[in-house]
Design a protein around this ligand. Structure first.
Ligand SMILES: [Cu+2]
Length: 430
């Protein structure tokens, strides 16, 4: 292990030990701060209508599923410790958002907000103003040890990227990016307009990025890097590669990679009428074709604009695989309905169910419950470990460019996650 991680984990252990020591009973009546959900979008919020955020550049190593470590740069929330990617900033439509960038890296850094209009940096217009027909004013930078302040009005709801606007070929690859969510003024249960209602308890984000370790090694050693040799080896969702993508948010063993990508839903029924929302963002250099198995989604927005015609016609559409282009964001609604309602005795599946001896259990592990029926568990061959908790279903959700479903060419890994479908309520799921 590298010393940085040891130091951090030592600090963490110390903090946890201290926390137990200094939480006496008299505080037990105070409000409990809810832990972030185990899966789904984790928001960093500010006080509407003038939310203030601070982002501090940090350098640290992340550990990949194959044991490799790679130097990353990232935006830490506030003055906090390294995390990759930067925090998911969530604001309200109409907010005047102010972001202070503190730069601790050895070279200047700036911030860009693609899709945001009239961004001010240190009080003057920032970013190319395409509608004004000039590219003259670019993002002011925060020098080493310095800072810059950006502000804009979040006038349109949607899913946006924020990223470095300086040496982007290097700095964005190194990890200087994050997601910016603007919620519509009509309510948090909508993604855009009234036709885009979703279940706020089922809101997910998939932020795609790529890592060519050769670039990161060149930065670490202060050596040149030839961009024409760009060859990503790691393919990330929310800063993690499979199987880390299905670990919970803030998993203790993934220091600096706080965001999971498990899509955890329940069947659509009378008690759960609204679909799940998946916000896709691609900050990489390549396009990524993406699909969940066994389901399609309804694409409702592209690049933070709801799919509506000039006369407000509904232009949303159903699609199985969506290709998220480099730099794009897409929003799609998903739901899963138990259409056939198979039950072992009253409504059995009308095909022969394979015998256990005809099934393969790689590494003697499985997500299968032993039963094809939702909410049922049954025997598995002795020695097989099942991760199934309550008869739930699992299906992969992944990049269909299968070279991207790998960690340094070893599959399965990379841009892959799972959707987990729990049995309908009431159920015994944790
Ligand atoms: Cu597939």
């Amino acid at each position: 292990m590298r010393p940085q991680i040891l130091k951090l984990s030592t600090r963490l252990t110390l903090f946890i030990c201290l926390a137990f020591l200094i939480v006496p009973l008299p505080f037990a009546h105070e409000a409990v701060i809810a832990a972030p959900p185990q899966s789904g979008l984790v928001c960093t919020t500010g006080a509407s209508p003038n939310p203030n955020f601070t982002l501090t550049t940090r350098a640290d190593y992340i550990t990949l599923p194959d044991g490799n470590t790679v130097l990353m740069w990232s935006f830490a929330p506030g003055n906090g410790s390294f995390q990759y990617p930067g925090p998911n900033l969530c604001v309200q439509q109409g907010d005047t958002v102010t972001i202070t960038l503190n730069n601790t890296l050895s070279e200047p850094v700036s911030l860009m907000f693609p899709g945001m209009e009239n961004v001010q940096a240190n009080g003057v217009p920032s970013q190319p103003q395409f509608n004004a027909g000039t590219l003259a004013s670019l993002a002011p930078t925060a020098p080493t040890g310095g800072s810059a302040t950006y502000s804009f009005v979040a006038s349109q709801p949607g899913t946006y990227l924020y990223e470095s606007g300086t040496s982007m070929g290097k700095q964005v690859q190194m990890g200087l990016f994050g997601a910016l969510i603007v919620r519509p003024s009509i309510g948090a249960q909508y993604a855009y307009d009234a036709s885009t209602r979703f279940n706020p308890a089922a809101e997910f984000i998939m932020l795609f990025s790529e890592i060519d370790p050769a670039l990161h090694q060149a930065v670490e050693r202060n050596q040149p890097y030839n961009v024409t040799t760009y060859h990503p080896r790691y393919w990330m969702i929310n800063g993690r590669a499979f199987p880390d993508t299905i670990a919970p948010n803030n998993a203790a063993w993934l220091i600096g990679q706080p965001y999971g990508a498990l899509v955890h839903i329940r069947p659509r029924d009378a008690s759960n009428p609204d679909p799940a929302l998946v916000r896709y963002l691609n900050v990489g250099n390549l396009n990524h074709p993406f699909h969940p198995h066994g389901n399609h989604g309804r694409v409702i927005a592209r690049d933070a604009r709801v799919l509506r015609g000039p006369a407000a016609q509904d232009l949303s559409y159903e699609k199985f695989a969506v290709t998220i282009g480099a730099g794009q964001t897409w929003d799609a609604l998903y739901d899963w309905a138990d259409a056939e309602g198979w039950k072992p005795n009253t409504n059995p599946i009308p095909v022969v169910i394979p015998q256990l001896q005809n099934l393969q259990f790689k590494d003697n592990a499985t997500w299968y419950s032993g039963s094809p029926y939702l909410g049922y568990q049954d025997d598995l061959p002795s020695g097989v470990v099942s991760y199934n908790e309550c008869g739930e279903y699992y299906m992969v959700w992944h990049s269909h460019a299968l070279n991207e479903a790998a960690n340094f060419d070893a599959g399965f890994g990379g841009m892959m996650t799972l959707q987990r479908i729990d049995p309908p309520l009431p159920n015994a799921c944790p």
